[in-house]
Design a binder for this molecule. Sequence first.
Ligand SMILES: CC(=O)N[C@H]1[C@@H](OP(=O)(O)O)O[C@H](CO)[C@@H](O)[C@@H]1O
Ligand SMILES: [Mg+2]
Length: 543
Amino acid sequence: MVHDDKIIAGSAKHPIVVLDKGQHYKYGTAGFRMKADLLEGVTYRVGLLASLRSRKLNSQAIGVMITASHNPAIDNGVKIVDPQGDMLEQEWERYATQLVNAPSDAELAKVYNTLATDLRIDISAPAKVVYGRDTRPSGHTLVTALASALEATETEAADFKILTTPQLHYLVRATNSEGTPLAYGEVSEAGYYNKLSEAFVRCMKGKKIEGPLIVDCANGVGGPKLNEFLKYIPQEKLPFEVKVVNDDILRPEVLNLDSGADFVKTKQRAPPHPKPQPGVRCCSFDGDADRLIYYWIDPEVGFVMLDGDRISSLAASFIGDLVESAGLKEELRIGVVQTAYANGASTNYIRHHLKLPVICTPTGVKHLHHVAQGFDIGVYFEANGHGTVLFSPDAVTAFKKTDPQSPAQKDALDTLAALSDLINQTVGDALSDMLMVEVILAHKAWSLRDWSMTYSDLPNRLVRVEVNNKDVFRTTDAERRLSHPEGCQAEIDSEVKKFKDARSFARASGTENAMRVYAEAASRSEANELADRVAGIVSRWGV
Ligand SMILES: CC(=O)N[C@H]1[C@@H](OP(=O)(O)O)O[C@H](CO)[C@@H](O)[C@@H]1O
Ligand SMILES: [Mg+2]
């Protein structure tokens, strides 16, 4: 077939590491992610798939991002981005897995051709792939393998070099919408900064934000990109004082080390460096800048964290009020999407205080994103700080076309329009989300303490349980209950009943070879006790 010889020759230059018997590569929640030295051949093959996907979708540009997010520097990963900047369609995860597991170069060409035939893809049609990578040293080799696959399949390639993950998602959407009425922004990294900085200034309306903001960038790609972004706002218009810390990208060994959003969320404490200053507003990005967590050290109670659930409820409350002031409450449906890991107190607050609908989906951003698209304004966040707010085309039109009857209504409509430009519409984006939070705090004149007073989190605990066979566990009801093994859920239920305001669930991790158990209850000791008991049940059933 058309590309066979070139595909085979390229694959020989970027060989796949054949895994031990019984093991295979799997396109999971975060694409392929593992030790970087296993990834050269994988990345080559992902390049082949991206070219097929572009050809399948009328030559629209497909994205490929090379990153391992919050993992240590020796790891890396590769994932595909669909034309609108969202995650690869689920059906295609299977094709990625098939292509990557082809046992030889010749077999690889065969699988490629079979996919093309089965999916009715014209492999002589034009194809385009845009790609980027984070700061990991291994990224360089992987990009070379990717470029080689694009060359072998005669795919037009746009290398955007070092980027945050959400910047790559932005560029994919900008590329595909260029020159259309829905143009998303200039197709360049500068275009991303222009769009965000301009929208940020419009949202702030001359307001200033009290006190400095310390931004921990996990020594990842977010550091240099945030520093670059700040240059786009004229000094006199800069509404806040930002101090960027942990932005050393020259020493790979410090990437994600004792810093970053994942560290803060899982360890429930501030990064030790720089030494946290009581009372100062802080936030952390993760290694590829698609997660955000806020926190501060309260002089009285110590560390206080404002995670994805908090950002979600803050955004829903602010946007809900604006929609009301804009006179669009009857017209636009606002909803919040969470996973089972969302703190029960946040769900309660959104449902009963903000009076907004909440939908629970399985873990993984693609699920949340998809459900959020069903609302005119869909707010979604995972508790770990990954999320965004999606505005439908109808909502954006309403912000721009509604004729305001009062200055207050005009003000609300303008702020909503500016927010829809500020908030990344493709994926969770730490930089964009941070600017959104700063806008909301400035408008409400809130400190982090004011924000944290909106509701009290239920004490909770997340534990990881290693079992022999996690495949025996199957979930239902958006992962909140186990359907298999039969009888296991009944045991969990009977434990949960013994505690006040309690909830607990167990599910197999999609990214690690382990089970995760979550428990929350009225007190810390009860949450801990319940988590231990449920972990015990899971261990017994998982042998
Ligand atoms: C409890 C938890 O934090 N789970 C994380 C983790 O998924 P698991 O399937 O639980 O391993 O990694 C996912 C990808 O980064 C992220 O979407 C998700 O929130
Ligand atoms: Mg990440």
